[in-house]
Design a protein. Structure first.
Length: 319
């Protein structure tokens, strides 16, 4: 029967998109190809430099979400996505023209600041993430263009055209949202890359080396089990220890620079205070796990501080 054939065709299309136990579906294959394709690479450098050149000053950290403790971009995008989806619902109901038009306009107004937070985060990602992020941005720009045309058509009284353009815009922004989810959940962009430290470091004191082997004022890398640790010895004898992998993108802090009681990540420039791991400058939005230290018979020992929010950990002491 034709109905059965149509059902089988729909099920076949769904199976081709969704992964099966033996291999990924078409969506996953397409996104993985995008991650690994160098076709967009010529645009990445100029765009990154353009974002870095924006005269944002201290507002850059605000846009990253350092004040919030995580990226602010996912929060910002809820407004345009939510308003445009609501507008689509109202477009399907009679007598809701004014409400739908208002929501389309509100979404357009919210799209610009949401995009700015996204571009600021994008400029601090790795190349595979930047490739996906660039297509994510392109689909959202397309959505903004479609919704702008939709609002124009609505204001001119061309309701049918305005609704069709709105539905097309919703399709584009949905694709952009899916790519954004891939960036966040598959590629781990803008997440805390040091979150696992409390789970993998055993409680108690751990030896990390002789005091005499630590150069004054220079960052060095030591190990606590399988966890790399940044260690800095001050001229007065105090020893600081932080998790070595930067919370922003897992950069090696032990290869960074130390100045004014802080360490600067060599990859993207996040600055962490050595005394308590606080992220004093982004793009990192999460503080760095910090270790309390002590010196026992000339050897440095460290243990993870379980309350990283406290203002200052105790200074190193000699036992």
């Amino acid at each position: 029967m034709p109905v059965n054939r149509n059902v089988r065709a729909v099920l076949s299309a769904v199976r081709s998109v969704l992964p099966d136990p033996e291999r990924p579906g078409r969506v996953m294959i397409a996104v993985e190809r995008l991650e690994n394709s160098p076709r967009l690479d010529s645009a990445l450098g100029p765009l990154r430099r353009a974002v870095h050149a924006l005269p944002l000053g201290g507002a850059r950290d605000v846009l990253h979400g350092r004040w919030l403790g995580h990226a602010v971009h996912p929060l910002m995008v809820q407004v345009p996505i939510g308003t445009w989806m609501s507008a689509a619902v109202l477009d399907l109901l009679p007598g809701q023209r004014r409400g739908a038009d208002t929501l389309v306009g509100l979404g357009l107004a919210a799209a610009a600041p949401a995009a700015l937070t996204g571009w600021v985060d994008w400029a601090e990602l790795r190349k595979p993430q930047m490739r996906v992020g660039l297509v994510h941005a392109a689909t959202n720009i397309t959505a903004v263009g479609l919704y702008t045309a939709s609002l124009g058509a609505r204001l001119r009284g061309r309701r049918a055209r305005g609704r069709l353009l709105g539905f097309a815009g919703l399709t584009a922004v949905s694709l952009g949202g899916a790519l954004g989810g891939h960036l966040a959940y598959r590629q781990a962009s803008a997440v805390n890359h040091a979150e696992q430290i409390p789970a993998v470091v055993e409680p108690g004191w751990h030896p990390i080396g002789d005091v005499a082997d630590l150069p004054v004022g220079e960052p060095v890398r030591r190990q606590i089990g399988e966890t790399p640790v940044l260690v800095v010895r001050e001229a007065g004898g105090t020893v600081h220890a932080l998790a070595d992998r930067c919370s922003h993108m897992a950069g090696p802090l032990s290869q960074g620079t130390v100045a004014d009681g802080c360490v600067r990540c060599p990859w993207h420039g996040s600055v962490f205070r050595l005394s308590d791991g606080w992220n004093v400058r982004g793009p990192a939005t999460a503080p760095q796990p910090v270790f309390e230290t002590r010196v026992v018979d000339g050897r440095v020992e460290a243990r993870l501080v379980q309350d990283p929010v406290r203002a200052h950990r105790p200074a190193s002491r000699t036992v």
